[in-house]
Structures are given as structure tokens and as C-alpha cells.
Design a protein around this ligand. Structure first.
Ligand SMILES: Cc1cc2nc3c(=O)[nH]c(=O)nc-3n(C[C@H](O)[C@H](O)[C@H](O)COP(=O)(O)OP(=O)(O)OC[C@H]3O[C@@H](n4cnc5c(N)ncnc54)[C@H](O)[C@@H]3O)c2cc1C
Length: 424
């Protein structure tokens, strides 16, 4: 989908066009200057904790910004021109993203799952007419997508899922329950994996579909997590009718479809050292609380720094491999594992430094606000492949250890070239 390698004058032209657009439509960020303790936003939470009314307002702003970008040619930089994209390279896309970071623009987190995971799967597996209809609307922000994979009895062992789809002429009838569906309540479409043949081995009887989240029979109920927010939901499908044209891939080949999404999921979660607002913030925290000379605290801080640097270099290596046209390998599983480990250590560090200020809200800047990070961290160690499952992947695919015994006798991964994208 992405265009060919650009030369430097191409990129320079694009850069000045992008700056003109950003200057005309957004305010430059005021706090490009050095971090100062007590100034600026102090909330490093890992999940948005706004109530659903406020969330809808933020969504409307986010959609408006996406539409403005799309209409100006910056919303789908690598997309095919016939679908409203620019047909440019990933370097152009990265350049725009870097420039955009310097401006105050609405959070684009609402689109993370839809554009990061669902859209690439639609591009690879949907029939061309459906892709041509849906993808431009997703990139313009007119519709948001969610991922309906997990079920009460199928998370790490995703292929055990039971939601069924039965064929009825040119439609399918979908019945069952999904759970932990992030953003289902504001999504217009979802990617769902269903069981279409219960007599086949579990990885073989699955089929993927795009579903209309507003269709009759779809019921969405919020699930509140310990951070206080309700980012995700349980979603019930009661005889929901889905056109066959909205099928992803071949009938009973849904595992391949799921793997495309999961590969993109892990790639989109990696990135960043996981400090929660930057290393300087942690450094200034120990200064502020008079712990800069404390040998244990300094040791912990340097440990975080070293681990963050290793993660950053690992990510550079993965990006370099992708630039060479290679698929991401087990380093994406390693990156996600390093990320959550750094988050776990950051949680322990701030808990040690802040003590009771972390759990009692005194109104002091940069203290209680960390509770959103500390309580959100365990979710990060589960979402997109739990730590234990990622360790299994590294053990088997990097160290070459024998596959752990499972209930299946044959491995569904034996022919897989890419080592990281599946939940086991
Ligand atoms: C913040 C968040 C957002 C999410 N968003 C979505 C979403 O949008 N869409 C969606 O479909 N799902 C979503 N999920 C669900 C997520 O994919 C699952 O929670 C995850 O796959 C784990 O499944 P499970 O919860 O059923 O736990 P289980 O699979 O039951 O695991 C329970 C425990 O057993 C361990 N375990 C399982 N198998 C093994 C093994 N083979 N070896 C060793 N240990 C093992 C796990 O590591 C875990 O500690 C989200 C989860 C979180 C936390």
C-alpha cells in the first residue's frame, strides 16, 4: 500500500506542505521547553478515565481533526490514491507524525485499535468493494473500529472461542458473547472472529467478519476496571445478521485473519520506554522529594533508565527490519515484555518514592495522579498477549525449547514465518 522510497527533496517538499497545514489548523505546543516540576499536565495514567459523556465530546473533536487531516491529504498518507490516500511512503507518514507531535491536537487514541489493527486486516482480507467502502471512512474518522476477539472462555487460548456464525443464504447469523472489547461503546464497526464449523479442529473452524456495531441484536455493556474507568465492555450478539460480503478471508480460514490483527496489535503496543510521562519526570520527582542522594532510589532509577534504553534500541532494530521490508519477528514479543516489565518497575519505583501520597489525594501536583498508572499497569501486562504467553513464545521460537503441552496435538504455528503474533 505504501509508495516507493522517497528522495530527500520529495520529503522536504512534503515537510513544508505539512508544516503549512499544521500552522493553519493547530496551535504549536507551548511546553516544548524543559520539564519543570509542578507545571503542566501531571496525569501519567495508562488508560483514559473520563466519564462517557466527556468521552463522547472528546471523540467528536478527535473525529473532526481526523476529517480535517484526511481532506487535506494527511489522514491516510500511505493509502492508495483511488481510496483517498496519498500513495506516499511510510517515511512520509512518520515525518508527518513527528511534526504533528509539536502541535496541540485532539487525542487520536480512539482510533488506535481501528486503524492500528482492524484496518490493516480489512485491507488484507476483505473483498475489494467492502475495503474500498470502509477504509476511507475509517481513515477519515467517520467510523471507528473495535476488536471482538476475547470471550469469557477464550483469551490467551483464543482459538477456543465459541461465538457462532451460521450461514443463511447471502447472510450469516451471529450469536454469542465477547468480552473486554475496548471502545465497543463508541465504535461503528468491529472485527469479529466466529466459529463456523464446530466439527473441524479448533483453529480450522473459524471465520472472520466485519460487523455493524449498531445492528439489531448487538448489546454492549460497560465493564468497570479497578482504575475507576470503563474502557472496555462485554458485547452480546443475539442473532445479528451480517452480509456474506462483509466476511474477512475464506470461510473457516479465520485464524489467518486473526493472526494479521494480532501481529499488528503487538507491533502497535510496543514503542516508548514506558516511564509514564518521560524519564525527566522521574528524575525530578526524586529531587523534589529530597531522595536524589538515596543510594537505593538512585539505583532503581538507573535500572529503569538502562531498561528503557535497551527497549528503545530493540524498537529501532524492529523498525529497521520493517524498513528493509521484513516482517517483525519475535522482537515484538520481547519488546512488549520489556515494556510491561519497565512499567512494573516504574510502578514499584513511584510507590516507593511517593508512599502514602500515591493513595491519598492531597491535591499535590504529580503525586496521587500516579495511581492511574500503578492501577492500570496490570492490564498492560495482559492486553495484547500476557507476559506468560509472550515468555512461552520467546522460549519456543527464540530459544528453540519444545512446544509446551497443549490440548491440541498438532501445532497451528508450525508453518508460520512470523513468530510473534499469536496468543497461544
Ligand atoms: C486493557 C485491556 C484491553 C483489552 N482489549 C481487548 C479488546 O479490545 N478486544 C479483545 O478481544 N480483547 C481485549 N482484551 C482481552 C485480552 O486480549 C485478554 O485479556 C488476554 O488475551 C488474556 O486472556 P484472558 O483474560 O482470558 O486470560 P487467560 O487467557 O484466562 O489467562 C489467565 C492467566 O493465565 C495465564 N496463561 C494463560 N495461558 C497460559 C500458558 N499457555 N502458559 C502460561 N500462562 C498462561 C495468563 O498469562 C494469565 O495470567 C483486553 C484486555 C485488557 C487487559
Amino acid at each position: 500500500m505504501a509508495g516507493s522510497n522517497p528522495n530527500s527533496s520529495d520529503l522536504e517538499r512534503f515537510r513544508s506542505e505539512a508544516i503549512d497545514f499544521l500552522e493553519a489548523h493547530a496551535e504549536p505546543k507551548a511546553h516544548a521547553q524543559a520539564f519543570v516540576w509542578g507545571k503542566g499536565p501531571d496525569d501519567p495514567s495508562l488508560f483514559e478515565e473520563v466519564d462517557r459523556e466527556k468521552e463522547l465530546q472528546e471523540l467528536a473533536e478527535a473525529k473532526k481533526w481526523r476529517a480535517t487531516k484526511f481532506d487535506a491529504g494527511f489522514g491516510w498518507i500511505t493509502g492508495p490514491t483511488e481510496w483517498g490516500g496519498r500513495g506516499l511512503s511510510r517515511r512520509h507518514e512518520r515525518l508527518f507524525a513527528e511534526l504533528e507531535l509539536r502541535y496541540e491536537v485532539p487525542s487520536q487514541g480512539f482510533f488506535g485499535i481501528g486503524l492500528g489493527m482492524v484496518a490493516p486486516t480489512i485491507a488484507d482480507h476483505a473483498n475489494p468493494e467492502v475495503a474500498a467502502d470502509i477504509l476511507p471512512r475509517m481513515y477519515r474518522g467517520d467510523i471507528v473500529g473495535c476488536q471482538l476477539f476475547s470471550e469469557p472462555g477464550a483469551g490467551s487460548d483464543l482459538a477456543s472461542l465459541q461465538m457462532k456464525a451460521e450461514r443463511d443464504g447471502e447472510e450469516w447469523v451471529v450469536t454469542g458473547q465477547k468480552v473486554w472489547t475496548s471502545g465497543a461503546h463508541y465504535s461503528e464497526i468491529g472485527e469479529v472472529i466466529c466459529r463456523t464449523d464446530p466439527d473441524l479442529p479448533k483453529h480450522k473452524g473459524l471465520t472472520g467478519f466485519v460487523v455493524d456495531m449498531k445492528a439489531p441484536g448487538v448489546e454492549i455493556r460497560p465493564l468497570r476496571q479497578m482504575t475507576g474507568g470503563a474502557n472496555f465492555n462485554e458485547v452480546f450478539f443475539n442473532e445479528v445478521r451480517v452480509p456474506d460480503a462483509w466476511r474477512l478471508g475464506q470461510v473457516n480460514d479465520g485464524w489467518r485473519v486473526a493472526l494479521t490483527t494480532l501481529m499488528n496489535e503487538r507491533a502497535s503496543i510496543g514503542g516508548g520506554p514506558g516511564y509514564g510521562g518521560g524519564f525527566t519526570r522521574l528524575k525530578e520527582m526524586i529531587r523534589h522529594f529530597g531522595l536524589a542522594d538515596d543510594a537505593i532510589v538512585r539505583q532503581q532509577l538507573m535500572d529503569l533508565y538502562i531498561r528503557g534504553s535497551v527497549l528503545r534500541y530493540n524498537n529501532h532494530r524492529a523498525v529497521a527490519a520493517m524498513k528493509r521490508g521484513e516482517l517483525p519477528g519475535p522482537e515484538m514479543s520481547g519488546a512488549k515484555l520489556l515494556l510491561t516489565e519497565n512499567m512494573r518497575r516504574t510502578s514499584a519505583f513511584v510507590s516507593h518514592v511517593l508512599g502514602p501520597k500515591l493513595i491519598a489525594d492531597t491535591g499535590e501536583w504529580g503525586t496521587y495522579s500516579w495511581s492511574g498508572y500503578v492501577l492500570g499497569m496490570p492490564g498492560m501486562a495482559i492486553a495484547g498477549g500476557s507476559d506468560q504467553v509472550l515468555r512461552n513464545i520467546l522460549g519456543e521460537r527464540v530459544l528453540g525449547l519444545p512446544k509446551e503441552p497443549g490440548i491440541d496435538t498438532t501445532s497451528p504455528f508450525k508453518d508460520l514465518k512470523v513468530g510473534t503474533q499469536n496468543r497461544d
